[in-house]
Design a protein around this ligand. Sequence first.
Ligand code: DAT
Ligand code: MG
Length: 139
Amino acid sequence: MSNNRTFTMIKPDAVANGHTGAILNDIIKGGFKIKAMKYLALSKEKAGEFYEVHKGRPFYGELVDFMSSGPIVAAILEKDNAVEDFRKLIGATDPSKAEKGTIRNLYAESIGANAIHGSDSDENAKIEGDFFFTALERF
Ligand code: DAT
Ligand code: MG
């Protein structure tokens, strides 16, 4: 399977705090090409669907509320070894554990409001990209 694409969302905290431009700059400087991008707000229902795999975890309700609390930027990114390299660029889920200079270290507020999403596998990158974009909206 292709390993050159991943999917990301700049989350509501980072957009609300004015970090959208800086984060997009970090992504581009990190060697990723933007293959599709949109600015939108998720309904509670859609946020719940996106994070279905976490249903049953104690933070699921909080996660769905947070992800539907304001606008986000969703994008498909391309680079060799995209999934793994992007996870390195964003840092650990808990920003207090994220390596210095990573996007979560620089811009995240907390483990819940952690600035950015990155797919965890090639398979999920495809599923997540397809969740947000039709064939006409990407190249
Ligand atoms: P990641 O986003 O690093 O892939 P994940 O898939 O384990 O992390 O969890 C998805 C999101 O759920 C994460 O970005 C923030 C939220 N989350 C995870 N663990 C949490 C926790 N212990 N408390 C609150 N929110 C949490
Ligand atoms: Mg994850």
